[in-house]
Structures are given as C-alpha cells and as structure tokens.
Design a protein around this ligand. Sequence first.
Ligand code: NDP
Ligand code: GDR
Length: 363
Amino acid sequence: MTAKPKVALITGVTGQDGSYLAEFLLEKGYMVHGIKRRASQFNTQRIDHIYQDAHVENARFRLHHGDLSDTSNLVRIIQETQPDEIYNLAAQSHVAVSFESPEYTADIDAMGALRMLEAIRILGLEKKTRFYQASTSELYGLVQEIPQKETTPFYPRSPYAVAKLYAYWITVNYREAYGMYACNGILFNHESPRRGETFVTRKITRGLANINQGLEDCLYMGNIDALRDWGHAKDYVRMQWMMLQQEQPEDFVIATGKQYSVRQFIEWTAEELGMSLRWEGKGVDEVGYWEDRPIVRIDSRYFRPTEVETLLGDASKAKEKLGWQPEITVREMCKEMVMHDLEQAKQHALLKANGYEVNVSVE
Ligand code: NDP
Ligand code: GDR
C-alpha cells in the first residue's frame, strides 16, 4: 500500500514563484491544487507544461478558479481540498502599480492573507493546515539597518509594502492567538526567465535582447542606482517548502547576502549579449550607448513617489537552522534570463521579417 500523498494548495500558482513551487512539490510527490483567476485569455503559460488533464485518473495537479477577494470561494476551495500546506503567494505584486491601485493592493495583499487565515479557522483546520505567507524585503523600505535580518525594524515605503506589513503581522497573530503553524518568508528579490516582464531584471533582459535583434531602439529606465539583493526563484521556492517542514513555525529572511545596482544588471545583460555599453551624462540625462547608438535612457515616469534605495539581506538564520543556501549566482541567473529572452527575440525577429505583427513592447 502506498502512503497518501501530502496535499498542498498554492494561491498565485500562475505566477513566477507559484509555477516553480508547483513543479517542486509535484517532484516531491505532493497532490498540488492551485488557485487561478478567471481571465479573458489563458493565463497559465507558466504552468502549462505541468498541467494534467483532470480526466486523467490520479492526476496530481488540479486548478481551481478563485480570487483572494472572494471569501466564500476560498472557504469552499479549502474545504474541498483539505490541504496539509497552504502557500499564499497570490498578490498584486508590483510596487509601482501599488501607487496607482493602492486600495486594490490592500484588498488582495493584506485582506487576502486574512481571508485565507480565517478560512482555515472557520473550517477548523488550525491544527492540520500549515500556512506560508509570502512576505517581502519591501517591509524594510527606508533603511534602518544593513544588512537586514529578521529583527530589523520595518519601514514600508509603498502601498504594496504597507499591505504586506498587515499580512506579515496577521500571520504572526494567528500563530500566537490560535496556535496555527503559520509563518512568513521574508524574501528578497528573486528572478528567473519566468519573472513578470515589468519587473526590472526581466525588463532589462527582454529590452536589450529586443534591441540586439533590431526589434526596438531604446530601453527607458527609472532609478538605475537602486541596490537590490537578487536571487533565483528556484532557490527561493525550495526554502518556502523547508519553512513548513519544521517542528515549530518561525519567520525567515531569504537572501543571497550580495547586493548590486540596477545599472550593474544592465551592464551584465549587455555583456552577455556582446554589446559593449558606455555611459554619458548625469541624472535624468544619462544615456547608455552601444557603439554610437543611444540604447538606454532615463524616463522619470518610472521613478516611484517613495523609493526603496537599498536592500541587502542576511539569511544566517535560514542557513543555521535549515541549512539553506542559494545555489544559483546572480550572474548565472542573468545569463539564463538573457539566453531565454534572446531566443524569444530571435523568434519575433523572424516572424516580423516574414510580415507578422509581434508585440515586443517593454513597460
Ligand atoms: P507574480 O506577480 O509573478 O505572481 C502573482 C500571482 O498572484 C499570479 O499568479 C497572479 O495571477 C496572482 N494574483 C494576483 N491577484 C490575485 C487575486 N486577486 N486573486 C488570486 N490570485 C491573484 O509574483 P511572484 O511569483 O514574483 O511572487 C509571489 C509572491 O511573493 C507575491 O505575493 C509577491 O508579492 C511575493 N514576493 C515576491 C518577491 C519576488 O522577488 N518575486 C519577493 C518577495 C515577495 P495572474 O497570473 O492571473 O496575474
Ligand atoms: P521591487 O522590484 O520594486 O524591488 O519589487 P522591481 O524589479 O520592480 O524594481 C527593483 C528596483 O529597480 C528600480 N527600477 C525599475 N523598476 C522597474 N520595475 N522598472 C523600471 O524601469 C525601473 N528602473 C529602475 C525600481 O525603482 C526598484 O528600486 C519586487 C517585487 O517582486 C515585489 O513583489 C517583491 O516584494 C520585492 O521585489 C522584494
């Protein structure tokens, strides 16, 4: 007789982390349920390769329509799936967008976490279901201490970060108030070829690959002096799972402990593409040249009303208590992203050369 597989429920399964986590858990033998939003077009590109037809017997990957704004829907899905582990990854996750849609961001990122925790409680699953909350280094915001660790005070700098601050504390509160196994992963930026196209690393690798293939002329950037601690999403989802396998629930910082500027990431990307980049000018007038062509310019539209200038994480606790360490370096990750986006740009260039319309826009 084979043991019953563990059951996981992932919100945000169609996103970058959700897709890697689903792959990871399926490899571990889990039954994986994911919540996807209804959209007017297919939004499952990142998980299509692991999709299993629901008609197939013993399919171990199932999708459910749902939304973090809809309590009754969440209660029903949790009731039906009876998960051992819930990974709450769903969010309006773009910091700049949160300034434009602060109320929506609060509803999904803050209240959404509360709705998930309450659903567990309403269903009497407090002792069965373990809960992971996708917390963020954005909580640190305005620098209070460098590097940032679990004990560093928070100072959120965007509607996104403020919403995530609520989610962080409500997770701690439900752990303390109801004895739930609930914990926060305070994750620093993590990227991959599956990163959303409007986050800075992907915008750069995609934008410069398009320029390299003659699909675009120039990449417009915001604050390129911002400093980030970038890791690879694959390394970080492993840690999300590890956090739910401990005897006691605790919160952990996940980071590489290395920090680089956005400017540096642009230079690495250009290097991978064999495009030597030369900077001229200062501030908003700074321009990056490839030979005599201006290919990177600053557009103040991409500046944020309040910026997080510097993030650098100290993941010693994760290393000591869980033995976690990142395996993929930022340069390896940059190369992987560039190769992926170059391949895509080449395909688009071919389509274009044959008279097809292609959408290569970079936001
Ligand atoms: P993505 O933006 O790639 O994915 C977000 C996911 O949430 C998508 O599946 C999206 O669905 C879903 N979603 C958005 N709104 C709703 C909603 N109202 N109801 C249900 N689902 C919704 O994010 P990442 O994978 O990069 O990040 C995962 C989580 O980790 C997020 O909570 C993010 O805030 C947090 N985080 C991310 C970090 C990073 O560097 N990547 C660092 C620290 C924290 P759809 O595909 O339909 O848009
Ligand atoms: P961040 O990621 O805000 O850190 O949030 P993002 O990649 O959007 O920005 C990183 C830094 O780059 C600067 N920047 C630009 N950013 C974007 N998107 N576009 C630009 O053109 C641009 N130019 C400069 C930004 O100002 C910023 O300083 C991500 C998200 O995944 C969150 O969900 C997560 O919580 C945090 O990482 C940790």
